[in-house]
Design a protein. Structure first.
Length: 587
């Protein structure tokens, strides 16, 4: 069937709309109010992570309606559906955080199954919170359909009301949820009153949208543009801005252009575009979680782009965008300064961007950047020849404590602060470490080790923001270091090393560390080592009792733990594009 500019005889939706045998299928579409013209058009899945769990996702349903208008204007028939999210800000600090990373896989899987089951021809995916962004993009790459990603937008910064009785440092700055986690630490050590805490929690998050700093959501939103799956500047406008509707409608129209030109997700996501994305993470001081999600996205395309590859890009990328948690500003400020396109223009000046990569607009990165007339403001976006620091805001580490690597965010840390050596204080799980921090039963100069929190052993690879924020709130963020085989929130600051691999449950060296072992962390040289000889380590391994038993012996988290692969490869749960026996679009 060939109608207009779309040859539906080559699209998946022909399997549910064309020919006499599909009369039962068409009867369902008539039941939903479609007419024959709409049934004859390409079907576009409009996938959202809308829910009422948190402000990150609450605006997505409204934005999806504007996407659908764009699809219709471009000659397509939109079919809206939703998937889950687990919002880290709500899941943080308790057993719920074990669901977080597993939700990335569930999002990718459920979007894939919905698209396959209904034979949709393309997808516009909307996401707002941490794991939902990579999960949605992973589904796009896995299916290899024409795809456009749209971020739901960031939250507006919080403000303390004039005259409110809170400490001056809170009253004088824009607030994010990071400040609330750190306020808990201040409250625990008696320097913040109950009344002040109550004021702060009511004003820190004043609107819909994802966390406002360069935490995981905004980091991956920047990735969506840099990698080419999102339209340029579409991620920047805060969630409450009505201009988001214009980006949403444009995204719907853009996907119809991709169908017409048969530009698919893997035409966009290449080794070069992944490198562009890693550059953007580094220069903005983005979340360490990008070191997990970029390899997972690459895996869906059959590209080997592991933690070490990501960190190599980080190493020689200047850090020049001053965003929280290491810096001063929030996502709204970056948008007001011209957004990610201005950042990428600065990278281009230093020859650090692959300009030939195709984007969701159908144009190349270079063509898109040629249309940007704004320049770095020197305050939020520094010029690349006058960066905040000459190497990236995120650094990879390796050594006898992390043979498969580890990652640390150093944005906002001076040279000397990027080196730390001290005796280990070992905890078998996050709860034990958090209790010790609450009780102040640790010493300045120690390296806190939290193990058994990896993807398989945790299970779930929890984030440690409650513990790290409590340390910062107690004024100890720069006086101790912390390492874990789990993860850190994008809002974490201080010398906090995550993704230590192999994880403890797999017998990695972190499982064998003992209290008092001297640990060396050096983000300048890329070292993470423990002063234990190979012979002593071998003896400890022989004495090791094996992985800690968990209470997760059935259900989704058990399934994730059984399937999940190593952290340095993205903690993925299936063989990926290298092993696939077909391409969905060509069935």
């Amino acid at each position: 069937m060939l109608k207009g500019k779309f040859d539906k005889s080559r699209l998946p939706s022909r399997h549910v709309t064309d020919g006499p045998a599909r009369a039962p299928h068409r009867s369902y579409y008539y039941a939903m109010g479609l007419d024959q013209e709409q049934i004859d058009q390409p079907f576009v899945g409009v996938a959202t992570c809308w829910n009422e769990a948190a402000p990150c996702n609450i605006a997505l349903s409204r934005q999806a309606q504007a996407v659908k208008l764009g699809v219709m204007a471009g000659g397509g028939t939109p079919r809206e559906f939703t998937t889950i999210t687990v919002t880290d800000g709500i899941a943080m600090g308790h057993e719920g955080m074990r669901s977080s990373l597993a939700s990335r896989e569930a999002i990718a899987d459920t979007v894939e199954l919905t698209m396959r089951g209904h034979c949709y021809d393309a997808i516009v995916g909307l996401a707002g919170c941490d794991k939902s962004l990579p999960g949605m993009m992973m589904a796009m790459i896995r299916l290899n359909t024409p795809s456009v990603f749209l971020y739901g937008g960031s939250i507006l910064p919080g403000k303390v009301p004039a005259g409110a009785d809170v400490p001056a440092d809170f009253a004088s700055r824009d607030l994010t949820v990071q400040d609330m986690f750190e306020a808990v630490g201040r409250h625990q050590n008696g320097t913040l009153s109950d009344a002040a805490l109550a004021i702060l929690e009511r004003v820190a998050c004043p609107s819909a949208g994802a966390c406002g700093g360069q935490f995981t959501a905004n980091t991956m939103a920047c990735v969506s543009e840099a990698i080419g799956l999102a339209l340029f500047n579409s991620s920047g406008a805060p969630a409450p801005y009505e201009s988001r509707d214009q980006y949403a409608q444009a995204s719907g129209q853009a996907v119809m252009n991709l169908i017409e030109k048969n530009i698919r997700a893997r035409d966009i996501v290449t080794r070069q575009s992944l490198e562009n994305a890693a550059r953007v993470v580094a220069c903005t001081g983005g979340s360490t979680n990008a070191g997990l999600h970029l390899p997972a996205m690459a895996h869906e395309a059959g590209i080997d782009f592991f933690l070490e590859d990501v960190c190599e890009i980080f190493k020689d990328t200047p850090y020049f965008v001053d965003l929280k948690p290491g810096g001063q500003y929030v996502a709204k400020d970056l948008y007001d300064a011209g957004g990610l396109p201005v950042v990428m223009k600065e990278l281009r000046k230093a020859g650090l961007i692959h300009e030939d990569c195709i984007t969701a607009s159908g144009r190349s990165v270079g063509e898109e950047l040629d249309m940007i007339d704004r320049e770095a403001d020197g305050k939020i976006i520094h010029t690349i020849d006058n960066p905040i620091s000459k190497s990236g805001g995120v650094v990879g580490l390796k050594g006898n404590l992390a043979p498969e690597g580890a990652i640390v965010k150093v944005a906002g840390m001076t040279g000397q602060e990027q080196m730390f050596q001290g005796p280990a204080r070992v905890f078998e799980c996050e709860e034990d470490a958090f209790a010790a921090v609450q009780a102040r039963s640790y010493e300045e100069g120690e390296v806190i080790v939290i193990r058994n929190e990896g993807p398989a052993g945790g299970p779930g690879m929890r984030e440690m923001l409650s513990t790290t924020a409590a340390l910062s709130g107690q004024g100890m963020g720069k006086k101790v270091a912390l390492i874990t085989d789990g993860r850190f929130s994008g809002a974490t600051r201080g010398f906090c090393v995550g993704h230590v691999g192999p994880e403890a449950a797999l017998g990695g060296p972190i499982a064998l560390v003992r209290d008092g072992d001297i640990i060396t962390l050096n983000a300048l040289s890329g070292e993470l080592s423990v002063d234990v000889s190979d012979e002593d380590m071998a003896q400890r391994r022989a004495e090791w009792a094996g992985p800690r038993k968990t209470i997760y012996t059935s259900g989704a988290i058990w399934k994730f733990a059984k399937l999940v692969g190593p952290t340095y490869k993205g903690a993925v749960t299936h063989p990926g594009a290298d092993e696939e026996g077909h391409v969905y679009m060509d069935l």
